[in-house]
Design a protein around this ligand. Structure first.
Ligand SMILES: C[S@@+](CC[C@H](N)C(=O)[O-])C[C@H]1O[C@@H](n2cnc3c(N)ncnc32)[C@H](O)[C@@H]1O
Length: 283
């Protein structure tokens, strides 16, 4: 693993946020929040002046509950939508209050994180925690986040450190794979997506519901049914949101930020399995 630039990460984060907190025109955007272990960060925002951070969450469907994410607490939706149960009463494209611990922090949008309903250069700080790995086409998402980030703004990404998660036996993705997905536009090829499922089934990760045989179905038939369902890993299939499509490490993060033309201002590994980085957009 490439050496991390472990420089006073908390300070870098505070510095990144201070610009947002001190300017009324600099809003912050979270994608795939809220993030409970960032309570402190939400408090800073609330204390500074409430109503300064928006959130974008993808509505979820139960139909393809491949990894049983909800039961494992992988999906956290607060505020108006929580009452409907995992977005049950919320609609794609809808806008709801973004409340955390009773504090109204901003607006919550139900949209795809790689297709944001915002103007160019409209946010001063963008954060996404354990979110980027859920996109088959992460470069597409990153370019979209770059589009809405103001010059001089900060991008704060938290990703699972594969050494401490169920990804530990997987190979770290490289830029050529990410570019391949970007060029394929829809994400992974059908075969790639299927191979991904097979690999994880072998690892025992998809044991909960994946490849489950329905009554009267042979293993082969179940596999064929899954192969058909995989489609081509299209971004608009909501089940796609539940996987870790790619595995990141600090080296890949540095390369990604370099390609975006961003300056990395902090990287840190934080127990138990977080890999955090903050980078600044030129401007
Ligand atoms: C593992 S959870 C992380 C939740 C929280 N940010 C944290 O760090 O604990 C992944 C989150 O990403 C969201 N998500 C997955 N794919 C998404 C997409 N395409 N657009 C927006 N949000 C997405 C899920 O709804 C879920 O809330």
């Amino acid at each position: 693993m490439t050496e991390m630039i472990e420089v006073q990460f908390g300070e870098a984060l505070q510095e990144a946020l201070s610009g947002v907190l001190s300017s009324p025109s600099h809003r912050a955007l979270e994608i795939g929040g809220p993030t409970t272990y960032f309570d402190e960060l939400y408090k800073w925002i609330d204390q500074a002046k409430g109503g300064n951070i928006d959130n974008v969450v993808r509505p979820l469907v139960d139909e393809y509950e491949i990894e049983n994410f909800q039961r494992r607490g992988g999906v956290m939706v607060e505020g108006a939508c929580a009452e409907g149960g995992e977005g049950g009463e919320c609609e794609e494209g809808g806008m709801y209050p973004y409340e955390i611990n009773g504090a109204l922090l901003g607006k919550q949008y139900f949209a795809h994180g790689a297709d944001l309903p915002f103007e160019d250069e409209s946010y001063g700080f963008i954060m996404a925690s354990h979110n980027l790995e859920h996109y088959p086409n992460p470069l597409k998402a990153l370019l979209e986040w770059d589009r809405v980030l103001k010059p001089g703004g900060y991008m704060f990404l938290n990703l699972p450190d594969p050494r401490y998660t169920f990804d530990r036996r997987r190979e770290v993705s490289d830029m050529s794979q990410l570019l391949k997905c970007y060029n394929a536009e829809a994400g992974l090829s059908k075969e790639d997506a299927f191979q991904y499922l097979v690999e994880r089934k072998i690892q025992g990760i998809l044991s909960i519901t994946a490849f489950e045989q329905t009554k009267g179905e042979t293993e082969k038939e179940a596999e064929e049914r899954w192969r058909a369902m995989v489609g081509n890993g299209r971004e608009d299939d909501s089940w796609v949101d539940k996987f870790h499509w790619h595995v990141f490490d600090p080296g890949l993060m540095e390369e990604i930020f370099k390609c975006l033309g961003y300056e990395v201002v902090g990287m840190a590994g934080v127990a138990p399995f977080h890999m955090m980085s903050i980078a600044k957009k030129n401007g």
